[in-house]
Ligand binder design. Sequence first.
Ligand code: ZN
Length: 280
Amino acid sequence: MEALIDYFETIPSLDRTIILFGGLAFFLMLENVAPFFRFKNNKVKHVGLNLFFTFTTIVVNFVFAFILLAASSYVDTHQVGIIQWLPLHIIVFTFFGVMLLDLLGAWLAHWVEHHVKWMWQFHMIHHTDMHIDASSANRHHPGESVIRFVFTLAAVIIVGAPVWMVMFYQALSVTLSQFNHSNLKMPKWLNAAVSWLIVTPDMHRVHHHYRQPYSDSNYGNIFSIWDKIFQTYRKVDNSKLIYGLDTHMEEENVNQVGFLLKAPFAGYRDHIQYPSEENL
Ligand SMILES: [Zn+2]
């Protein structure tokens, strides 16, 4: 435990980069060996586009990193925040802290992005991907990266997370997001076992179906428990899913950086209402 704290307390930027790109390479390879869908798209082009948005996410987080670190050091030194107030054993402190960061900084942020129209305008870029794979994990409009940063900052303050915990959480968050977006076919028994605790690709795929109410379910990133507690969990036969977003199904547009960067400012497009008998 001490070693984990020491490592993440002073994790070098290079190691954070290796975790991000190493994880991406690992899951791209794994999904290539055992793919769920047999996509016919140009994989290099697809990954390239998503890497552009990964890069903008890195830039936004880098620019604001000093605020996050300052807030985290402050709450730790002054013992502010939920886990700072409770007399917890270090293992429970870590587990509970990471769970709360996942709830507030990821699950809640994601839920709000689906329910507040101007935030959805930014988040929808993530949903326009019609070939979800490990590279889709970081396909976020720079505007969304700012929104997510604000939620993460608020979560760190409310939770009272020290710097090492924030770094540990972010490493877990990025890796598990790549995992749950990967086009990986997992054995049923393994999926069933893992999904008790962790969000699996089978669970998250439903969130990327092209229409509601499926896209408004399974918001989780690390822990699968939140969607079950807040009743936003939906189990669907994954083979019936269609990726994308019903309001933006023009493939030439959603594969274009310029279109995607401008899309949040192009006006709100209402979701299409489908008769309930068409449901999966
Ligand atoms: Zn979403």
